[in-house]
Write a protein that binds this ligand. Sequence first.
Ligand code: FE2
Length: 203
Amino acid sequence: MSDDTLLQSTLSALAEIFRAEAVTFQRPEAEATADALATTPLSLTPQPPCADDAAIRALLLASKHPAAHLLLAAQHLLPWDTNPVSDAVPEALRVFTVTTLMGPEGPMHWDVFRCGLYYQRPGTYYPLHDHDADETYVILAGDTLWTAGDDTRPRSVGEMIHHPSHMPHAFGTDGGLLALWRWSGDINLTSYRFLPDATLSLA
Ligand SMILES: [Fe+2]
């Protein structure tokens, strides 16, 4: 399979995840993101392995998610370390890395959506934060204790978690975490902020 064919198959598999979100939760913005993922031309060249490459591959290999095998095959094409908020919150770089697939900065240029992949390193905690955008995460691999508003509980592979605009959220992981994410609504980066977090004061 050529890299372009592999990439298209992978994007189609990710689009199907957002189509399921649209049907299950009646979210037309998830359907629109799926359409954009499946139809926007994208060609990625092989990337040098990111620092987390081996750990990401190990998580995908162990995952039972239907998209995991395609993501594993396409790992050499994924542009990790392309987090649009990394300049604003450099401390976050110690905890996670991001592949950006879609957004105003590209590589799929859309001014109204952002989406990509999220990898959080083992034994880390991404503290409480919020932003203007509406957000959905889908767990693809690994483990996590997830806070969404007042709801803190373990989440497993396949689960979808939705954060309406300005719902505080935070994630911990013991063995590492890989997730798919998307933003819609007001997708500005400037509203992204960390919040007072009682978990940190207990640490
Ligand atoms: Fe978020």
